[in-house]
Write a protein that binds this ligand. Structure first.
Ligand SMILES: CC(C)(COP(=O)(O)OP(=O)(O)OC[C@H]1O[C@@H](n2cnc3c(N)ncnc32)[C@H](O)[C@@H]1OP(=O)(O)O)[C@@H](O)C(=O)NCCC(=O)NCCS
Length: 154
């Protein structure tokens, strides 16, 4: 398949949120019900954010968060089902990894349920020993809000 017309874009201002939400709904089981408002916040706070375009259509998406030196995380990697197997997913992840915000950090983390083989081909290794997760149902938010209230009262 000739994918030479497919373009990779790092410019967040070009992003069409409706297309991103549709793509996630179609191809990303963990992100099927993301809201427009929260995705907008996530994109604003992520760098780089990479979109893959077939003319005016977004057919791939990935984003990262990074401290620039020690740690980065890659999130929401997805290629439209019709475009898989062409090497675009690899190029998408490599575009994130080679971005200046990510390419100098000591460790790049990601979570994946069933795409380990895909990431291993790119150089990632399984890391079962060091990973934990907090499913945050907002207790920290309320502590933070209390602190803000105390500060505001002073
Ligand atoms: C995972 C995903 C991004 C891969 O995109 P893709 O464009 O099909 O991948 P590529 O064509 O670039 O494949 C790159 C390499 O990985 C291999 N690969 C791709 N998907 C694979 C899979 N599911 N299992 C094993 N190998 C896989 C390819 O054979 C290729 O190998 P090669 O370089 O040795 O030839 C895509 O399948 C997808 O969007 N899946 C649904 C969303 C998802 O699960 N994302 C990851 C969440 S963490």
């Amino acid at each position: 398949m000739d994918s030479s017309h497919i373009q990779f874009c790092l410019d967040k201002s070009k992003i069409d949120l409706n297309q991103i939400l549709q793509l996630l709904q179609l191809g990303a089981f963990w992100a099927k019900s993301r809201s427009r408002e929260k995705m907008e916040i996530a994109i604003t706070n992520s760098n780089p954010v990479v979109t893959v375009w077939d003319n005016e259509r977004i057919i791939g998406f990935a984003r990262a968060t990074s401290d620039g030196v020690y740690r980065a995380g890659i999130w929401d990697v997805v290629i439209h089902p019709d475009y898989r197997g062409w090497g675009l997913g690899r190029k998408l992840v490599e575009t994130v990894l080679t971005h200046p915000d990510v390419n100098r950090v000591e460790r790049v983390y990601l979570t994946t349920t069933n795409q380990q083989s895909f990431y291993e081909r790119i150089g990632f290794e399984p890391n079962s020993s060091t990973t934990m997760v907090l499913y945050n149902h907002s207790p920290l938010e309320s502590i933070y809000q209390q602190e803000l209230k105390v500060k505001a009262e002073k």
